[in-house]
Design a protein around this ligand. Structure first.
Ligand code: FMN
Length: 141
């Protein structure tokens, strides 16, 4: 059975929706457990970076649903590729909220966390997204 990894970036549609993140995580964990999806969601200053891994059909179905969610926008698909094994297998959906102050100490990741960070710097180096997700993975789910 073929596994894929999908990484995308998006922004909250409205900063007032920050309070929705708890609900988003709750439903993510519920659905991802059902469909064998694992991954990690990073959030900082209005921006999301998420990795989803699992069987191709399950990841595509989940991502389609996520894309229809109007709580976020400016979805930029960064990586979608076959993988031999999962890299975030511990989490149905791990989560980390990174403060602006904290991410300032990692200037190479700065483009990911500019509000509506839909720019060329990110597309040019998609491998950095995976590095960032791994670096900030935490075991909270
Ligand atoms: C940034 C973001 C990440 C999300 N990640 C997931 C996810 O990993 N899995 C999932 O099933 N839903 C995820 N969702 C939620 C879906 O868009 C959708 O609202 C949900 O799956 C619908 O299920 P529910 O009606 O049972 O809550 C995410 C939404 C946002 C805004």
């Amino acid at each position: 059975m073929a596994l894929i990894q999908l990484i995308y970036l998006s922004s909250l549609s409205d900063m007032k929706l920050e309070s929705e993140i708890g609900k988003i995580l709750e439903s993510s964990v519920y659905h991802n457990k059902e469909s064998g999806i694992t991954g990690m969601l990073l959030y900082s200053n209005g921006n999301f970076l998420q990795v989803l891994e699992g069987e191709t059909a399950a990841v595509e179905e989940t991502f389609e649903r996520i894309c229809l969610d109007d709580r976020h926008c400016d979805i930029v698909d960064l990586i979608r590729e076959p993988i031999e094994e999962r890299q975030f297998s511990q989490w149905s959906m791990g989560y980390q909220h990174l403060s602006e102050n904290y991410i300032r100490s990692f200037p190479k990741y700065a483009p990911f966390f500019k509000f509506r960070a839909n720019d060329e710097a990110i597309r040019a180096e998609p491998g950095l997204a995976l590095e960032l997700l791994k670096q900030f993975s935490v075991d909270n789910r």
